[in-house]
Design a protein around this ligand. Structure first.
Ligand code: PA5
Length: 320
């Protein structure tokens, strides 16, 4: 019999996620960008960089580049808005990107809990300490969204935020996460979403890697229909595919998901995760919440601590 015990405060942090989202919005209530912005760059790695992936579909009028590297693109100049996000404030790729953005005189907004980034950027948005970076996704992502809405670069998100918070019900999402975790146990999860929800699919994959210490992968529709669909005949049974199905996706994407499922169902395992909510933000955050719970329960099933990522820390130490 499986005995579930909380091995870290990850569960407490998950249960308090709706409050985290409320607090996160307050951090950016008064921050507004003036002047012409031609493009947006979000620099950040891992749990701090995911906000960039989530942001992309919100911004329709100017390009968004998600920068997970030491260098920033050549196009960055004083008309670029560069978010530099590092929970610890000490991630070397992000610090290098920060220095480059400053050199290019971009408009820079740093979000961090401290470290070197807070020392260098006196106007940084400071988020509370003590979280695992990936568990602070509300603090790291929502201020970005709020600042862009304050600056009228994206539409106002207030009602979307309220809808999302109403939908983040720990009891319900935890149960759904647990059911999903049972399907992912002893399998290699592969998450698929539409391009719009690519950030959600990627988040679900990285949470399984970091919290449950299990291999996991991701891809998007329609691209997967041009390659991966052909690759399940050998070894496909070891996988558990999760199709993130959203009734707001393009009809063509929904049709593809349904046909793809029929075509591959004998070679692999496919389960559907149905997205709820009206606004893009609510659809994203509620699905992520279920995925976060799934990765937490999967960690317990795997008898590992979801709240530590020893190998990532060891790597960072060796790079110093
Ligand atoms: O969730 C994690 O612990 C990692 O993915 C980190 O976010 C990543 O290593 C980057 O570190 P930081 O968020 O401190 O910049």
């Amino acid at each position: 019999m499986l005995i579930l015990t909380n091995k870290s405060d990850m569960l407490g942090v998950l249960e308090a996620f709706p409050e985290q989202c409320k607090e996160a919005i307050k951090l950016a209530r008064k921050v507004k960008i003036k002047g012409k912005i031609a493009n947006i760059v979000v620099c950040g790695m891992g749990g701090s960089g995911i906000g960039g992936d989530l942001l992309r579909p919100f911004v329709k009028k100017i390009p968004v580049f998600v920068n997970k590297n030491y260098k920033i693109p050549d196009f960055v100049n004083r008309n670029s808005l560069v978010f530099v996000v590092s929970y610890s404030g000490d991630t070397e790729e992000t610090l290098a990107a920060y220095l480059e953005a400053k050199k290019k005189r971009a408009v820079v907004i740093a979000i961090t809990s401290g470290g070197k980034l807070a020392e260098k950027e006196k106007n940084a948005i400071i988020v509370p300490k003590g979280y695992q970076p990936r568990a602070a996704i509300g603090f790291l992502f929502l201020p970005v969204l709020k600042i862009l809405a304050n600056s009228r670069i994206i539409p106002n998100q207030d009602s979307a935020i309220r809808e999302a918070i109403r939908g983040l019900v720990p009891k319900i999402c935890s149960k759904e996460g647990f059911m999903l975790a049972k399907k992912l146990k002893d399998k290699i999860p592969v998450f698929y979403g539409s391009e719009e929800l690519a950030g959600v699919a990627y988040r679900m994959k990285t949470q399984v890697n970091e919290n449950a210490k299990q291999p996991a992968f991701w891809h998007v529709f329609p691209e997967m229909d041009h390659n991966e669909i052909n690759g399940f005949k050998r070894g496909g049974k070891k996988l558990q595919l999760v199709f993130i199905r959203d009734k707001r996706d393009l009809q063509k994407i929904r049709k593809r998901m349904a046909i793809t499922k029929k075509l591959i169902k004998d070679s692999t395992n496919v389960t559907d995760l149905h997205v709820r909510g009206n606004s893009l933000l609510a659809r994203m955050l509620i699905t992520i919440y279920i995925g976060d719970y799934a990765s937490y329960y999967l960690a317990l099933m795997n008898k590992v601590n979801p709240g530590i990522v020893k190998i990532i820390e060891e790597l960072k130490k060796r790079l110093k």
